[in-house]
Design a protein. Structure first.
Length: 685
């Protein structure tokens, strides 16, 4: 028996059918932990081993270079030789580059074109904004590039975009888009979004070039098909020949990237677009216990737009999924850390434990708690809370107010936000301070007195030093957290973030709100700054085990022995902003995100919510997520943690849903400010 025959023989019935039936269009609906990569790689190796096609006649598309490398290595291993490497195995972008290098001249480019990175793109857009006298404080390069990327994902070049005259913002961005495209053409360059788009334009423009690839690719295999966007799907359809030997693998229940342009309808309509399409469902799970699978399957069954499947396993029942209710967000962090410390770390390596959040700012309370009790952790896909730039900026203001000799803090505040104080001015201040053995603040005062600054710089620095002196006096009268609110407003820091239309800046504002919440846990500014210093001075590269903290989006494709899923409350999860923007479509995607979170767990899963959370310094009542009510009683263990909850609070023994006033639609926790605006409706089975 050959290696490939042995591999096929070891597959389960559904996997084997998906591997062996190679001709014609097919859709493999691969549930979480069902051996998707194994099936796709075995199918690829099987086609080569049976000489249905040479390796260079197969197009295999993945979403990451890592996945492509893993598949390439497996195929080489299976077929025992480097000659079995698949030259057309890679990401949509890497394969597009390969095609464009060969045919750039057909599009008016040279084959040695440059690919611009994000920094190059931002610099180019800044230059365009400057030349067009467009205020970057009101519309950031990042925001413009996000808009341009969305258009490119829809297959739209500047001449294809239709903008309403009434939409001034879009008209401005569209104008920049036109100039931007002309500039990068002059540079003989493509940006990342151009690569697939111009491949499509190439195939549409030159039928003879398209036929080269149509006739060459006898088989097309696509991984993570549920994550494709409009232009990627069009790219694939243009490459499919009359034999229609295209096999797409993915899981509609794990489609969670619509905000990146992914269109789940590509997956849901595949069998309607391709006649005689065969659909294979991989439902046997090799990762999780039965209780975890039952919980996830019951939850996702509430979605209407799905192919439909139910995960099952021959494995053990496992422990019930724990559903915990806590009195507050702080007690939730304490409760999770107690379970970790007293139970989990005795059974599992912390490296195999993860806490998955809906929003990255949620890590703060957990980081604080872990630092306090000595549980090592890492933040994946993000930066530790007190290492984030906006947090360091805010803390720098507090440090210089706390003591005038903190030159490093003063230097940071002089450029956050930008005040027109350049490197030469900072060097002048620093050199005078060093020469005369004084701190930078005294150096500034002396240089003002000696009239050593240029008039504009002098006025700016003078006003800033006056603000610092004012804030020191304010600290004697108000709380330290109220002082930070004042600083962020009066320094212009908050308005700088608010004025730039940018998702990144929205996240920064959320992090600053979380910092204000954190400060309330400390009696005064000194104790808070001492805490921050100790938190940031800990060596981040210590050896040993660490709990993984990340968002649910970042966890897709990963697996852990134990998973904690905190913050299952209305407004936070499902996220209110998403619901307001996309309604039921967003609700189904949020539910898919919950499904992804639960199915990351192999052995144990813990879901929790809090009855109250601090928001802008005020305690807001919160409601358990509607997803909590969709969890099956048979696989859940409910625990109220003996909190002294009010009678009106959520009762696990009641089946409740919430009917919301449609006119009360403000974002986030604000929706819970007035409980009278929430109507509770008891459902009868």
């Amino acid at each position: 028996m050959s290696k490939i025959e042995e591999l096929v023989d070891n597959l389960n019935k559904s996997q084997k059918e998906a591997v062996l039936d190679t001709d014609g269009p097919s859709l493999i609906v691969a549930g979480a932990g069902s051996g998707k990569t194994r099936v796709l790689t075995t199918r690829l190796a099987y086609i080569i081993s049976k000489k249905k096609a040479w390796s260079n006649q197969i197009l295999c598309v993945t979403f990451t270079n890592k996945a492509a490398r893993e598949m390439q290595n497996r195929v080489i291993h299976y077929l025992k030789g480097e000659s079995s490497a698949v030259p057309w195995l890679g990401t949509f972008h890497s394969i597009s580059v390969k095609i464009l290098r060969r045919h750039a001249e057909a599009l008016g480019y040279k084959s040695n074109f440059t690919i611009l990175d994000t920094d190059d793109q931002k610099k180019l857009v800044r230059k365009i904004l400057d030349s067009e006298n467009i205020d970057q404080k009101k519309i950031s390069p990042q925001f413009i590039l996000a808009y341009i990327d969305r258009w490119k994902n829809k297959g739209l070049l500047p001449q294809d975009v239709k903008v309403k005259n009434s939409n001034v913002l879009e008209k401005t961005i569209h104008k920049v888009y036109g100039t931007y495209q002309n500039k990068i053409k002059d540079l003989n360059a493509f940006d990342f979004g151009d690569l697939i788009l111009f491949c499509v334009k190439l195939f549409e423009k030159d039928e003879s070039i398209k036929r080269i690839y149509n006739s060459n690719f006898k088989y097309i295999l696509v991984d993570e098909y549920q994550d494709t966007n409009f232009i990627q799907n069009k790219w694939l359809n243009l490459l499919v020949n009359e034999n229609k030997n295209i096999c797409c693998v993915g899981d509609d229940d794990q489609s969670i990237y619509s905000w990146r342009g992914a269109e789940i309808k590509n997956f849901l309509t595949f069998d309607k677009i391709y006649d005689n399409c065969k659909v294979y469902k991989l439902e046997q799970n090799y990762r999780s216990t039965k209780n975890i699978l039952d919980t996830a399957s019951s939850l996702i069954s509430n979605n209407e737009k799905r192919v439909g499947k139910k995960l099952w396993s021959n494995g053990e029942e496992g422990e019930l999924v724990r559903l915990n209710c806590y009195a507050s967000g702080k007690e939730e962090a304490e409760g999770v850390s107690e379970v970790l410390d007293k139970k989990i770390r005795k059974k599992y390596s912390l490296n195999n434990v993860s806490i998955l959040f809906r929003a990255i700012y949620q890590t703060r309370e957990f980081e604080e708690r872990f630092l306090k009790i000595g549980i090592n952790y890492r933040v994946l896909g993000g930066i530790k809370f007190y290492e984030r730039a906006e947090i360091k900026d805010a803390v720098a203001y507090l440090r210089i107010i706390n003591q005038k000799y903190d030159d490093l803090a003063l230097e940071r505040t002089l450029s956050a936000p930008k005040k027109g104080i350049g490197e030469s001015t900072l060097r002048q201040i620093s050199e005078y301070a060093s020469k005369n053995k004084v701190c930078m603040e005294d150096s500034i005062l002396k240089l003002i007195e000696l009239d050593k600054f240029k008039p504009k710089v002098k006025n700016t620095i003078k006003q800033f030093i006056k603000l610092i002196e004012k804030w020191r006096n304010d600290l004697k009268k108000i709380k330290h957290f109220d002082l930070l609110k004042l600083i962020l407003d009066e320094s212009g820091y908050s308005s700088t973030l608010k004025n730039k239309k940018d998702l990144e800046n929205e996240n920064r504002l959320e992090n600053l709100k979380e910092l204000l919440r954190a400060m309330r846990d400390y009696d005064n500014l000194n104790s808070f700054l001492e805490h921050v210093a100790l938190a940031t001075s800990i060596d981040q590269d210590w050896e040993g085990e660490k709990v993984n903290l990340m968002t649910m989006h970042a966890a897709k494709g990963l697996e852990f022995d134990v998973v904690f899923l905190p913050g299952w409350e209305e407004g936070l999860f499902p996220h209110q902003k998403s619901l307001e923007e996309k309604g039921d479509f967003a609700l189904e995607e949020e539910r898919r995100l919950a499904y992804v979170g639960i199915t990351r767990a192999k052995k144990e899963a813990y879901i929790s919510f809090a009855m109250r959370r601090s928001y802008h310094g005020d305690w807001m009542d919160s409601l358990p997520s509607r997803f909590v009510n969709e969890l099956p009683d048979s696989s859940i263990e409910k625990n109220e943690n003996n909190n002294e909850l009010e009678d009106e609070d959520f009762d696990f023994n009641q089946d409740l849903t919430v009917e919301y006033d449609q006119e009360y639609r403000s974002p986030g926790w604000e929706r819970f400010k007035n409980k009278k605006l929430l109507k509770w409706k008891k459902l009868k089975n």
